[in-house]
Design a protein around this ligand. Sequence first.
Ligand code: ARG
Length: 287
Amino acid sequence: MKRKLSTAKCTLITAFLLLLLLTAACGAPAAAPPASPPAEQPADAEPAGDSGEPDGPSALPEKLIVATNAEFPPFEFITEQGGGALGEYDGVDIMLVQALAAELGLEVEISNMDFDAIIPAIVSGKANIGIAGMTVTEERLTNVDFSVPYWVAVQSIIVPSGSDIAGVDDLQGKKVGIITGFTGDIALSAIGGIDLQHYKKGVDAVMDLNNGRIDAVVIDSPTAHKLIAGFADLSAIDDDPAFELESYAICVAKGNEEFVAKINEALQKLIDDGAIEAFAAEVDARL
Ligand code: ARG
C-alpha cells in the first residue's frame, strides 16, 4: 500500500497539469491559477510501445465488466435519446474505458449501479474494473487497488443567487445536499455542524436547491458545472481552500499487480497523447 500511495503522489503533478488542460478544454473553472502547459513527451507517441514481456495467463480478465454510476456528467451519464459513446452510456470515463479496452484487446460491458455499490462489486468480483470519477482515498485503498490518476478535481459549493454562503465556514447549521458516499459527503461529515441532506443523484439535490428546499449542494466541480448549466439562478464556488485536490483513478480488486500494470500502461498512453482531453472536448460538445 505504501508503494501505491507514493506512486499516486508521484503522478499527482502530471495529473494536475492535465487538469489545467482539461478544465480549459471543457470550460469548467480551473481549480488553481494558470500554470505552464505540461511537457510534451513525443517519444511516447510511437504506436507499438510494448516492452514485449510475456503476460501471465490470469493477468487480464476475458472482458472488462465495468462498474459505474452513470449519474455523474461529464464522466458518466445516460443519454436520453441514445447516441452515447457506448449505447445509452456516454461520458469521459465511458470513452476512456473503451479506449483502454481497445488497447488491452478486450470487450466492454457496462454495469450501472449506485455509487456506493461499486467497490463492493469489485471486491466480490461482480465487476472487474470500476470507473466512476472515483477519488483515490486512504479508506478506499484498504479495499481496492487504484490505477495512476487521470483527472484532478475539487469540491464545489453550489448556491442560489443572493445566498449568504461564500465558503465552507458558512455551511454551519445550513441544509446542505450531498450525494451518499461521494467525497463531498465524506468531507462535510468530517466537519460536523452541517445539516446534511443525503441524495442518491446530484441532479436531485440540484433540483431541491433550485426549489429552495435546501441551502447548498456540495459535489465535484466538473459535475457541479454540468448540473447547474440549465439553472440561471445557481452558481458554484470552486475555490474554497478547505477542500483538498482529489485525484480520479480506476479501481480493481486488490492483489492483481499485473492487471494494474497493464491498465496503467494503457492509461498513461491515453494521458500522454492527449486522448482524455479530446474525450472531454467531445463529450462537452454532446452535452
Ligand atoms: N469523486 C467523488 C468520489 O469519488 C464522486 C464520484 C461520483 N461518481 C459517480 N460516477 N457517481 O466520491
